[in-house]
Design a protein around this ligand. Structure first.
Ligand code: ADE
Length: 417
């Protein structure tokens, strides 16, 4: 077993964080108890490429407890929590992850996890799957299946499947309702605000807060910013999303307009070049800009750099750019995911459902993957309801059930006024 982390001496702090997360992730912990007994993942070798956080550690521990051999790398150079990585390494997990790695090191870590010749892969952003397909097609042909955690990754994998390029079945964990309707909305909403506050400590109330993109993530961020007293401005390209934003009480305008009035900007689109040179040219002095989309391409940092006279790190995850005309602009987390690079990512309670979905998707692939077509699959819809019911139960909440008579009524086309 090999591993590479920043500093094994951080393990005790990481262990405490993981324990804290475990106390907030009852659904995943129930799965651990059940499948540890059954050793359901016996014979599985799982390579994972996903943010190394305390919540991810709970997933890794659960997979290992259920009998899987696991090798892990982080899916973003700035999101690894070094103490958590150290704690996993101290438990003899094969893990390759540290905060602040460069691109070459990032791919080196992925390659190291492939040395175990995985039977299953778990991705957040699809870099592991892309690497397997482009560099190790023979290995890819042997893999039983993979899962994908995030919207951006699922889009790319669907495009790959459409072109007939996918070599093994992938389950779109992102598309489970108990993932996207909770993690993407409430997780991104809270953790992105958390990242902005940790990196800046600015007062949010009264600020013009510009959210680019009103998908699930953008909507979550907008909702929480509004709750903190911000004047929320949305920029969009999809008419229905823009309309929804208007009816939910936000101002909607183009980024060219928003750039002139915003105090804080956050991109949540999954698209490149949302904030570019012409926007930087009109930003107010003191504007804060950041991103919560998967890749760091939403803010064109090259065009910001070319307008800068100087830059310095004024606080952790906060770079002050002095532009050539003297205005100052603050870029958070180098344009990478502000919720993970400047804070700790989504809260454990939300990741509980996302990672329970991951666990069940991997289990399905372990058991049935050989019989599935090499395309992108959804999780069974009933699983969403079961997971949500279980989550509610852990919160001490019971809900009503339809009677047999009501079920009959729902499909009775002879009933009317
Ligand atoms: N993505 C967003 N938040 C996360 C977290 N806490 N752990 C792992 N992946 C995440």
């Amino acid at each position: 077993m090999s591993q590479k982390v920043k500093d094994l001496k951080l393990a005790e702090s990481g262990r405490l964080k993981i324990e804290w997360a475990e106390s907030r992730m009852p659904v995943l912990m129930a799965l651990r108890e059940e499948h540890a007994k059954k050793q359901s993942f016996k014979g599985a070798r799982i390579a994972g490429c996903l943010h190394v956080t305390k919540e991810t550690a709970v997933l890794v521990r659960t997979l290992r407890a259920a009998g899987a051999e696991v090798a892990w790398s982080g899916c973003n150079p700035l999101s690894t929590q070094d103490d958590v990585a150290a704690a996993l390494a101290a438990e003899e997990t094969s893990i390759f992850a540290w905060h602040g790695m460069n691109t070459e090191e990032f791919y080196w870590c992925i390659e190291k996890t492939l040395e175990m010749k995985p039977t299953l892969t778990l991705d957040d952003g699809a870099d592991l799957i892309f690497t397997t397909h482009s560099k190790h097609p023979d290995l890819a042909r042997q893999i039983t299946g993979g899962t994908e955690e995030t919207t951006t990754g699922v889009h790319r994998l669907r495009a790959m499947a459409k072109d007939g390029k996918l070599l093994y079945p992938v389950i779109a964990v992102n598309d489970a309702e108990t993932k996207w309707d909770f993690d993407n909305v409430y997780g991104t909403g809270q953790s992105s605000i958390d990242g902005i506050v940790r990196a800046t400590s600015v007062l949010l109330a009264g600020k013009n807060f510009v959210v680019a993109g009103y998908g699930h993530c953008g909507r979550g961020v907008a909702m929480r910013a509004k709750g903190m007293g911000c004047n929320v401005i949305i920029t969009e390209v999809t008419p229905t999303a823009a309309l929804r934003a208007v009816l939910e009480g936000c101002r909607v305008m183009t980024m060219d307009e928003a750039a002139k009035v915003g105090d804080i900007f956050i991109t949540a689109t999954g698209m490149k070049d949302i904030l570019v040179g012409r926007h930087f040219d009109v930003l107010k002095n003191g504007a804060v800009i950041c991103n919560t989309g998967h890749y760091d391409c939403e803010i064109n940092i090259g065009e910001l750099d070319s307008r800068a006279r100087s830059k310095r790190e004024i606080r952790p995850a906060n770079e002050e750019y002095t532009l050539k005309d003297g205005r100052k602009v603050y870029l958070l987390a180098k344009g990478r995911l502000v919720n993970l690079a400047a804070a700790e990512g989504h809260p454990s309670e939300v990741m509980d459902m996302s990672f329970a979905n991951q666990f069940l998707a991997l289990l399905k692939l372990h058991r049935e993957g050989k019989g599935l077509a090499p395309t992108v699959h959804d999780l069974p819809k009933e699983q969403d309801q079961e997971l949500a019911r279980l989550k509610l139960r852990t919160m001490g909440i019971d809900i009503d059930r339809l009677t047999a008579d009501q079920i009959k009524y729902a499909t009775d086309y002879s009933a009317g006024t």
